[in-house]
Design a protein around this ligand. Structure first.
Ligand code: UDP
Length: 459
């Protein structure tokens, strides 16, 4: 064990945050570092899938409402930070002491999810150099680092008449693309972002982002400027660099849907998923269902249990749609092996909420998108997908069954869809170059490891 260097990691306990953190952990292991993952009991990762990592479980004490699937997301994130900073600090000090005793490898630094602002500050206080891992895009982090300025310059709160205008400090985002969380208090959103901003600026020695230069060059340099030159490591798209099996996390995927795809011609199927958290109203769900039925396009549709507001079970499709489903044209599953689905030749389009993982996964497979952002950074990602990279369509203000059917047909069989598909293929080729041997992602990882090894914690 002599000379072994250890990195301590702390994922935020949501599926789409845990997966990229563990991908980074695997990549660091491949480069010879030892990794300890400190994690919450709430939404604990599946340690058995990662035998090369060491897991340390905290016994945090969370308020009851944190685990409620209908919880206010912003309150949930603030409460998690409040409740977990002290147990994390304790666990981190324990790992660092064991490392110094020479048994487990000296701790070089910690990588903590950027949403854990309290843990980032705690690690810095105990003398452990911290890198913040952003599991969202550089555009989103740049937006967050500009947030207080957007308020002081009068761009926020958004004025109704300015919703379609570009906001210059965060160009190309428009008023309507500003991060919002419906149902959460805007002041609490502001408070949360201010805390993330402060921890990133004052306690993190650098930032790791799951993105790549070719799609966010300007945004990456903007972050670097905001952080006064501290290093930003664009190590993405990480899911394409790991050899370990996909982290399915909180749900078991329906593997039958891949067999269902085998029976379809190339690029004929629309894949629909709004990620692991978003919830929609029943009326929106019904219009989606009728619109998909009316489009005539074969569809694989992920409908998570409890994904309809006010309904705790798997939502039933509107009456009258059963015939369309039983003829096999629309397949509904509760969770899909998404990366395999997007890589399948039968899939020709992705109706997505534009979560960052889904966006990257779609880019890497060259699948054009139909953007239906729901909250948070999804509006930012949707703007890049539709406007900046030109690989997707947005729904626009009207959302009814006729518009749904029209948008689906435009994407899947229309001329505009063909143009988007061509651009998506181009971006896929660029992403593949980035993750290939000697590509930019590997080089960024090497720089990151070199940077990490320049630290040594003395407690
Ligand atoms: N995902 C999946 N199966 C599904 C739906 C989603 O494996 O049926 C995965 C998807 O591949 C992605 C993650 O869940 O990696 C969703 O993350 P994203 O950042 O897109 O959205 P969020 O869940 O945070 O809203």
């Amino acid at each position: 064990m002599a000379g072994l260097r250890r990195v301590v990691m702390f994922p935020f306990p949501f599926r789409s945050h845990i997966a990229p953190m563990l991908q980074l952990a695997e990549l660091l292991c491949e480069r010879g570092l030892a990794v300890t993952v400190i994690h919450t009991t709430f939404n604990a990762p599946d340690a058995a899938r990662h035998p090369e990592l060491t897991f340390v479980r905290m016994n945090e004490c969370l308020p009851d409402d944190v685990a409620d699937p209908g919880a206010d997301l912003v309150e949930q994130m603030l409460e998690l930070n409040d409740a977990c900073a002290a147990p994390f600090r304790e666990a981190l000090e324990w790992v660092a002491r064991r490392g110094q005793a020479g048994r487990r490898g000296e701790v070089a630094c910690a990588v903590i999810d950027g949403q854990w602002y309290a843990a980032i500050a705690a690690a810095a206080e105990v003398g452990v150099p911290v890198l913040a891992l952003r599991t969202d895009s550089s555009a989103t982090l740049n937006f967050m680092l500009n947030y207080s300025r957007l308020y002081s310059d009068g761009y926020l709160p958004i004025k109704e008449e300015k919703r379609d205008e570009v906001v210059p400090p965060v160009n190309p985002l428009r008023g309507r693309d500003m991060i919002r969380v419906d149902g959460s208090d805007a002041e609490r959103v502001r408070e949360f972002i201010a805390r993330v901003d402060k921890a990133t600026r004052t306690s993190a020695i650098g930032v790791v982002v799951n993105t790549f230069q070719a799609i966010e060059e300007l945004e990456i340099s903007n972050i670097q400027r905001q952080l006064l030159g501290r290093p930003v490591f664009a190590v993405g798209p990480m899911h394409r660099m790991i050899r370990a099996p996909e982290e399915h996390g909180l749900h078991a995927p329906d593997l039958g849907c891949v067999a269902w795809l085998h029976a379809h011609p190339p690029r004929s199927v629309l894949y629909v998923s709004l990620g692991s958290v978003a919830r929609i109203d029943r009326a929106v769900f019904d219009e989606m269902a009728w619109g998909l039925a009316g489009s005539g396009v074969p569809t694989l549709w992920v409908v998570r249990p409890a994904s309809i507001t006010g309904c705790d079970d798997a939502p039933l499709l509107p009456q009258g749609l059963t015939d369309i489903l039983v003829d096999g044209r629309v397949k509904v599953v509760t969770w899909a092996p998404q990366r395999d689905v997007l890589a399948h030749p039968a899939v020709g389009g992705f109706w997505t909420h534009c979560g960052w993982n889904s966006t990257l996964e779609s880019i890497c497979e060259g699948v054009p998108m139909l953007a239906q952002p729901c909250f948070g950074d999804q509006t930012v990602n949707a703007r890049y997908v539709t406007h900046q990279w030109g690989i997707g369509l947005e729904f626009g203000p009207v959302f009814d069954r006729a518009r749904v059917a029209e948008a689906v047909r435009t994407l899947m069989v229309g001329e505009e869809g063909a143009v988007l598909r061509e651009k998506a293929r181009g971006l896929k080729a660029i992403a593949s170059q980035c993750v290939a041997e000697g590509g930019a992602a590997g080089a960024a990882m090497d720089r990151l490891v070199h940077f990490m090894l320049s630290f040594c914690v003395l407690t």
